[in-house]
Design a protein around this ligand. Structure first.
Ligand SMILES: Cc1ncc(COP(=O)(O)O)c(C=O)c1O
Length: 382
C-alpha cells in the first residue's frame, strides 16, 4: 500500500475500550456492508444520529416520561419542529402570549407563511380557552411558567378542553426541565426543551429536544425533521448527555439559591415585587403547588420606579451577577427585560411602574450573591 493510501485507511478497533460514556463518533459517512442494508431502516448516514444521540434520546425519554425523543441543534429549533410538524395550510393554532419571544415570532411569521393562522391568548385564560377554538384549530402551544413574567397556565383545564376538541397540546418545559414538571404525565401531547439551559448546565452548548408518547405524532415529527434536515452534532449531544448526569443535584442547588435570593429581594426597598411561582405570594402559586414538584433558579423581580441612569448604575456595579441572555448555567445572571415583554392583556401580574428584571440564581455561595446585589443597590442613590 502506498503512503497516501495508508494515511486514509489506517485504523484500529473502534470499540476497544469499555468506557463509562459513549464514544463520540464524528461521522457523515457510515460504512455499509451489504446492499441489503440500504433497503432496511438502519442508520446509514451521520445526520440520522449515532451512539451518543441514541443514548441522549433514551435519557430524554426517561426524563420527560416519553416514548420518543427528537434532537435538534437548539431549543428554538425544537419549538419550531414541534409546531410545524403538526400543522398544514388552512389550520389554526392557539399560542400563549407568554411564550419565549422567538417562539411567538415563529407562530406569527413562519406559520403564517405556511398558510397557518394563529391566535395568541393570555396565559392565565384557563378553561375560557374554549371560546377561542375554531373548527380549524389543531394545536395549542404553551409555556409555563411564562417567559419573563412567570405566570402559570392552568394546564389541567387547558388539556381537558384540548382533549374534548381533539386538539394537540405542545408545551415548552425548559423551566421545569423534566425534573420539577412532567407535562406528558398531565395529559400534554408534546413536550419541548431547550437543553441549552439546565440539561447542558454550563452555558457552553446549544441543543434542543422534542418528546412525545404518541406514535402518530412521533411519525409526523420524524418526517418533518427529515425534510428540514435537523440534526445535532455528536459533540453537542455528548455535552448534553453529560449534563443530564448531574441535572438533579444542580437543580436542587439552583432551586435553593433561587428561593433564598427571591426572599432577600422581596425584603429590599428597591424591589416592588418578586415573580417566583414557588412563593406563596405569587398569584398562581396554587397551580404550581398542584402541578410542580420544585422550582428552578429562574424568576423575575419588578423594581421600584427609578431613572434609567440609576438602573444603569445598578447594573454596571454588579460584579458576580452578569448581564446576558440564556440561563440554566452555573453562573448567576440578571438582565432587564421590559423591552422583550409583549403581552396581550393588562393582567395584574404584569402591572409595574419600575423595571422588570429576570434573574437566574447560579451555583455560587448565596452570601456572595446577596452581597453583590447589596453593593450594586447602594450605587443607585450615589
Ligand atoms: C423557555 C425557552 N424556550 C426555548 C428557548 C430557546 O432555546 P435556544 O436558546 O437553545 O434556542 C429559550 C431560550 O432562551 C427559552 O428561554
Amino acid at each position: 500500500m502506498k503512503d497516501k493510501t495508508k494515511l486514509i485507511h489506517r485504523h484500529g478497533d473502534r470499540h476497544r475500550f469499555n468506557t463509562v460514556n459513549p464514544p463520540i463518533e464524528r461521522a457523515s459517512t457510515l460504512l455499509i456492508s451489504t446492499r441489503e442494508t440500504l433497503q432496511g431502516k438502519s442508520t446509514v448516514y451521520g445526520r440520522m444520529g449515532l451512539s451518543v444521540h441514541r443514548e441522549l434520546e433514551a435519557a430524554m425519554c426517561d426524563l420527560e416520561s416519553a416514548d420518543y425523543a427528537f434532537l435538534t441543534s437548539n431549543g428554538l429549533q425544537a419549538c419550531a419542529l414541534a409546531s410545524a410538524a403538526l400543522v398544514k395550510a388552512g389550520d389554526h393554532v392557539l399560542y400563549a402570549d407568554c411564550l419565549y419571544g422567538p417562539n411567538r415570532r415563529f407562530c406569527q411569521r413562519r406559520l403564517r407563511s405556511m398558510g397557518v393562522t394563529s391566535t395568541r391568548f393570555s396565559a392565565r385564560i384557563g378553561q375560557q380557552i374554549e371560546t377561542l377554538i375554531q373548527p380549524e384549530t389543531r394545536l395549542i402551544i404553551l409555556e409555563s411558567p411564562g417567559s419573563l413574567t412567570f405566570e402559570l397556565v392552568d394546564l389541567q383545564a387547558i388539556v381537558k378542553v384540548a382533549r374534548a376538541h381533539n386538539i394537540i397540546t405542545v408545551f415548552d418545559n425548559t423551566w421545569g426541565a423534566g425534573v420539577f414538571h412532567r407535562p406528558l404525565e398531565l395529559g400534554v401531547d408534546v413536550v419541548v426543551q431547550a437543553l441549552t439551559k439546565y440539561v447542558v448546565g454550563h452555558a457552553d452548548t446549544m441543543a434542543g429536544a422534542v418528546m412525545t408518547r404518541s406514535t402518530k405524532i412521533a411519525n409526523q415529527i420524524e418526517r418533518c425533521k427529515q425534510d428540514w434536515g435537523f440534526s445535532l452534532s455528536p459533540d453537542d449531544a455528548y455535552t448534553a448527555l453529560r449534563g443530564l448526569r448531574t441535572l438533579h443535584v444542580r437543580l436542587r442547588q439552583h432551586e435553593a439559591n433561587g428561593y433564598a435570593l427571591a426572599e432577600w429581594l422581596a425584603n429590599r426597598p428597591e424591589i416592588d415585587r418578586v415573580l417566583h411561582p414557588g412563593r406563596a405570594d405569587h398569584p398562581d402559586h396554587h397551580l404550581w403547588q398542584r402541578d410542580f414538584s420544585g422550582a428552578c433558579g429562574l424568576f423575575g423581580a419588578i423594581m421600584a420606579p427609578i431613572e434609567d441612569t440609576q438602573l444603569d448604575r445598578f447594573l454596571e456595579s454588579m460584579t458576580l451577577f452578569k448581564m446576558g441572555f440564556s440561563w440554566g448555567g452555573f453562573e448567576s445572571l440578571l438582565i432587564p427585560c421590559c423591552d422583550q415583554l409583549n403581552r396581550l392583556s393588562k393582567d395584574p401580574i404584569h402591572d409595574r411602574t419600575g423595571p422588570l428584571l429576570r434573574i437566574h440564581a447560579g451555583l455560587e455561595d448565596i452570601d456572595d450573591l446577596t452581597a453583590d446585589l447589596a453593593q450594586a443597590f447602594a450605587e443607585i442613590e450615589r
